[in-house]
Design a protein around this ligand. Structure first.
Ligand SMILES: Nc1ncnc2c1ncn2[C@@H]1O[C@H](COP(=O)(O)OP(=O)(O)OP(=O)(O)O)[C@@H](O)[C@H]1O
Length: 254
């Protein structure tokens, strides 16, 4: 495993009086696949969203590749980053949403080309060439001229993964990437994520797929009530859980 790529320290987040994250520490190293499991409402999506500043933290620090997300240190004080700077940082972080979030009026190829051209100012020809290579990687070369509405959910999610990769992210975040899919389409999306894991992509995956966690995760993080109650290799957390909350969760889902 390489250097620390994502670092969360004492992260807290409330929505009104609902305290959703209650002091989360997390470290993700380059090339590591971290799978976050936990009951519904435990704060998994919120945790993921703090990593690219889609949610602003109330307390604690988040950094990606050594850069503070949302804040800059000046002397010993923290100053909030301007929106432009947050957007720049976000281009180093790929995010794959549950519901794909493709642009409906753009073709598959245009969806993948859009971010590197608009957010990273890459030349169009170069972005197109890279997008075609990524569509080949997710097995969708023949669909480059189709519109999202003509694709299955699994195909749309594979386009969304290609789009996230087009930014050459330092880390790729997945928020329940298969939970909006019909069961028969889940496998094709998980296969793409497994392929990325094998090639050393740094990833944080929030999912309910315990089998996937067992097969792919280097580290399983179990979140409950906004705190990490247990973390470690899948062989330990899933097969020999130490915390009663982890045991209770696994007895329901396995
Ligand atoms: N933007 C928001 N405004 C208000 N409350 C929110 C917001 N986002 C999340 N919450 C609340 O935070 C809590 C945790 O939500 P979160 O989506 O992070 O949990 P989760 O573990 O991902 O759940 P699930 O597995 O059901 O997706 C929930 O009570 C939710 O209602």
């Amino acid at each position: 495993m390489g250097e620390v790529m994502v670092h969360l320290q004492g992260v807290r987040k409330s929505f009104g009086d609902n305290e959703v994250l209650r002091g989360v520490d997390l470290e993700v190293r380059a090339g590591e696949v971290v799978v976050v499991l936990g009951p519904s409402g435990s704060g998994k999506s919120t945790l993921l969203r703090t990593i690219n500043h889609l949610e602003k933290v109330d307390a604690g620090l988040v950094s990606v590749d050594g850069e503070l997300i949302g804040y800059r240190r000046r002397g010993d004080r923290l100053h909030e980053l301007r929106e432009r700077e947050v957007l720049r940082q976000r281009t180093h972080i790929g995010f794959v949403f549950q519901n794909f979030n493709l642009f409906p009026h753009l073709t598959v190829l245009e969806n993948v080309v859009e971010a590197p051209v608009s957010a990273q100012r890459r030349p169009l020809d170069q972005a197109r060439e890279r997008a075609r290579a990524l569509l080949a990687r997710v097995g969708l070369s023949e669909k480059e001229s189709a519109y999202p509405r003509h694709l299955s959910g699994g195909q749309q999610q594979r386009v969304a993964i290609a789009r996230a990769l087009a930014l050459d992210p330092k880390v790729l975040l997945f928020d329940e990437p298969t939970s909006a899919l019909d069961p028969e389409l889940v496998g094709e999306v998980l296969d793409v994520i497994k392929d990325l894991a094998r090639s050393g992509t740094t990833m944080v995956v929030v999912t309910h797929e315990v089998g996937f966690a067992r097969e792919v995760a280097d580290t399983v993080v179990f979140l409950d009530g906004g705190v990490v109650v247990e973390q470690g290799p899948p062989s330990r957390v899933l097969d020999d859980p130490q915390h009663p909350r982890t045991r209770a969760f696994l007895s329901k889902v396995l």
